[in-house]
Write a protein that binds this ligand. Structure first.
Ligand SMILES: *Cc1c(COP(=O)(O)O)cnc(C)c1O
Length: 380
């Protein structure tokens, strides 16, 4: 069995955090924040109490702008293109509601589209059309090219890594096809940023702080190219944010006026830690953890891994043996073995999942010994 690369990353990640109460294999749900991040959030909240919320925010603006630059850079865009939001869900709701596409306008998605995104499109009066994909749910590029040529949708929306399956979509190839067809591409990178490469040439990307970036909950981001934000209608014009008439970056029109600024500060610190660790090295270790998970778990106790062994993600999902209730198993793993995992129900991706799956998502400090523990518990 393969061993893990970059043990120094695992050691540093572990040393930077409080000791976990159990074995945390659930980072696709919510990662563990570092002590640095927790302290930065608390410090900003204390500044608000000392200086006043808006003075403290002003004082943090340099840091926040640095964070905008780094976060946007991870998806190939610039600081002016990034709006902080409250979550990935808030980002897609803002994008779609401000886009104000004509009722019935079509949005092309893959079969495994995340339930909340699909619900957001339907709620906005858009008509989802499903792009062709293979048995794993991965985009069929020739089929997508044909669909874009024959009957182009208003935009294509792709979830780069799904929450119910650790498969990476061919984002760069999809971006090229969309560009050739002059159709905007929007990427949901909630499970992808800090995990796989997201600098792929999309027109917009959005995600969340708490998953692979290990920032605070309740913070997200929406990154848009100026050409796309030019098609959106801000709820309030830039004048609200521009008392001194110095000009406001285009994406800021879509940022909430008041917010959990301390959380945004925490996200910026977390992104700094990600950068310092080296995104390439992080990806290599996470991919190796995914492989190690699949090697150990596939077939154990009759559980079947959905992903190819070498898929470069740290998300593994398992179909249960006949008659086994995934939620009960997740509860038993936690109470009897201290192992934290998720039961992903069918509703998450109703077109793709036949039933609930067990999701296992280690992060940098996870060990093969922990994965062995899980394998043994599953076999029991
Ligand atoms: C978690 C998740 C979301 C939603 O993120 P929030 O920050 O909870 O709104 C969206 N898309 C995918 C693929 C996710 O995994």
């Amino acid at each position: 069995m393969s061993s893990l690369p970059h043990d120094d990353l695992g050691d540093a990640w572990r040393a930077a955090r409080v000791r976990p109460a159990g074995v945390h294999l659930d980072h696709a749900a919510c990662s563990r924040q570092s002590t640095e991040v927790l302290d930065a959030v608390a410090r900003h909240a204390r500044h608000e109490a000392e200086l006043g919320g808006y003075v403290a925010e002003q004082a943090a603006e340099g840091l926040l702008q640095q964070g905008r630059s780094v976060l946007a850079g991870l998806v190939g865009m610039a600081a002016a293109d990034l709006a902080f939001t409250e979550s990935a869900s808030a980002s897609v709701r803002t994008l779609v509601s401000r886009w104000r596409l004509a009722p019935g306008a079509r949005v092309a998605v893959l079969p495994g589209e995340y339930w909340h995104n699909a619900a957001t499109f339907t709620d906005a009066g858009l008509t989802p059309v499903v792009l062709p994909a293979d048995a794993l749910g991965r985009a069929d590029l020739a089929g997508v090219e044909r669909a874009l040529r024959d009957d182009p949708p208003a935009f294509v929306h792709v979830t780069l890594v799904a929450s119910h399956r650790g498969v990476v979509q061919p984002g760069r190839e999809l971006a090229a096809l969309c560009r050739a067809a002059d159709v905007p591409l929007v990427l949901d990178v909630a499970q992808a940023l800090g995990h796989v490469d997201c600098d792929l040439g999309a027109d917009a990307a959005y995600g969340t702080s708490r998953k692979w970036l290990a920032g605070p909950r309740g913070v997200g981001f929406l990154v848009l190219r100026p050409a796309l934000s030019g098609q959106l209608t801000p709820l309030v014009g830039p004048e609200l944010h521009d008392d001194d008439r110095t000009g406001v970056d285009h994406a800021r029109w879509f940022e909430s006026h008041d917010a959990h600024v301390a959380g945004r500060v925490g996200l910026v610190v977390a992104v700094g830690e990600h950068l310092a660790a080296g995104p390439h090295r992080v990806r290599e270790r996470l991919a190796a953890l995914g492989r190690a998970t699949r090697e150990r778990l596939d077939g154990r106790g009759g559980w079947q891994v959905a992903e190819p062994l070498d898929e470069p993600t740290a998300i593994t999902t398992l179909r249960p043996p006949d008659g086994v209730d995934v939620r009960e198993v997740v509860a038993r793993l936690r109470t009897e073995h201290g192992l934290l995992t998720t039961a992903a129900n069918r509703e998450r991706a109703p077109r793709e999942l036949a039933g609930p799956v067990l999701r296992v998502s280690p992060h940098l400090d996870s060990t093969v010994e922990q994965l062995d523990l899980l394998a043994t518990a599953l076999a029991a």
